[in-house]
Design a protein around this ligand. Structure first.
Ligand code: FAD
Length: 301
């Protein structure tokens, strides 16, 4: 494989495929159901590179780009409903995401503007790539993912959706259609902080945090890491912070203890020892930013 990649420069043409661009979800589902080797195309930012390397060889691409209902962003008192085809660039600064700090933070650090203008939230989640940024955020915020198949509609909690390396709860014939985020509680905030080698890179390690205040102390919180495992890695954050006043020393201590007991393996070029040292840094920053937002200390949430 290495010789082949060297000779070809890793950039070859995809194998031949058919293409369809249905205008509604039922038509897309029927195309998927009737073609064994069909695959959904969203922004193409992960799928097309994989096809060029021939790691994926779909016989039919079902492009979701013309299904208008999948591009909607709706904020209500109950929460935020994101169509699966909403772009990362839109999430980064549309008014509807203002109360969902971690979603905006993550969208802003995904790759570069070119990628963010094509990459979709649904593709980011459905791909099941452990390096993607939105999965940890969605688990931290308690999102529910809506999937459609010929059998109907079902809702899967984000916590449980990511099952392994490029493995999610989605069946081959299912389409992720919507992501539902519950409305943030009063005096709550969230943040996502990513350590990367340079702008545009995937995370070395990153953390998603949600903090809900009850009076002067933490009432409820969540903390998840990206980059420390094949799925988002959850920390028992309430055991570390619930009932505590979230002062800087308290958050720093909780972040340091967040990696205790976690099984951390090497991640690409980064050895486990290094990850164990940098993970508390991103955890502290994410917890701090979530706490500031919960207190209303940020002008822009
Ligand atoms: C240079 C570069 C840098 C990147 N850096 C980052 C980064 O730092 N952080 C990050 O999070 N991501 C990064 N990405 C990945 C990017 O965010 C991807 O676009 C994203 O992971 C996939 O979204 P997409 O819309 O492009 O999906 P596609 O590439 O079209 O699809 C990806 C997979 O998901 C499936 N799929 C897509 N949508 C659905 C759906 N609605 N229902 C069912 N299955 C579906 C497809 O069939 C395919 O298997 C990077 C990509 C590039 C090219």
């Amino acid at each position: 494989l290495l010789t082949w990649l060297t000779v070809t420069g890793g950039a070859v043409h995809p194998s031949a495929f058919d293409y369809a661009a249905p205008r509604d979800v039922p038509s897309a589902l029927s195309l998927l159901a009737n073609h064994e080797d069909a695959k959904v195309l969203a922004g193409g930012q992960s799928l097309i590179p994989m096809m060029k390397l021939r790691f994926a060889r779909p016989g039919l691409l079902v492009d979701l780009g013309r299904i208008r209902e999948l591009g909607s962003v709706v904020a209500t008192d109950a929460g935020l409903a994101l169509g699966a085809m909403v772009l990362e660039a839109e999430l980064a600064d549309c008014p509807e995401t203002a109360r969902y700090g971690a979603v905006r933070d993550a969208a802003k650090v995904i790759a570069d503007p070119l990628v963010r203008n094509s990459a979709t939230i649904g593709g980011n989640l459905a791909h099941g790539d452990p390096e993607n940024d939105q999965p940890a955020v969605m688990v931290a915020l308690g999102a529910n993912l809506v999937a459609h198949s010929p059998r109907g509609e079902r809702t899967v909690p984000a916590d449980g959706f990511f099952q392994g390396l490029y493995e999610t709860a989605l069946a081959e014939d299912e389409i992720l259609t919507e992501i539902r985020l519950p409305a943030p509680a009063d005096r709550s905030g969230s943040g996502y902080v990513k350590l990367r080698r340079q702008v545009g890179d995937f995370a070395i390690a990153a953390a998603a945090a949600r903090v809900e205040l009850a009076g002067a102390v933490v009432g409820d919180c969540a903390l998840l890491f990206t980059g420390l495992g094949t799925t988002p890695v959850r920390v028992a954050a309430n055991e570390l912070l619930q009932g505590e006043e979230p002062r800087v020393e308290v958050l720093r201590r909780a972040a340091a203890r967040a990696v205790d007991g976690l099984e951390i393996g090497d991640h690409g070029a980064y050895p486990a020892d290094y990850l164990r040292r940098v993970a508390p840094r991103v955890a502290f920053d994410a917890l701090t930013s979530a706490t500031f937002r919960a207190r209303g200390d940020y002008a822009e949430n």
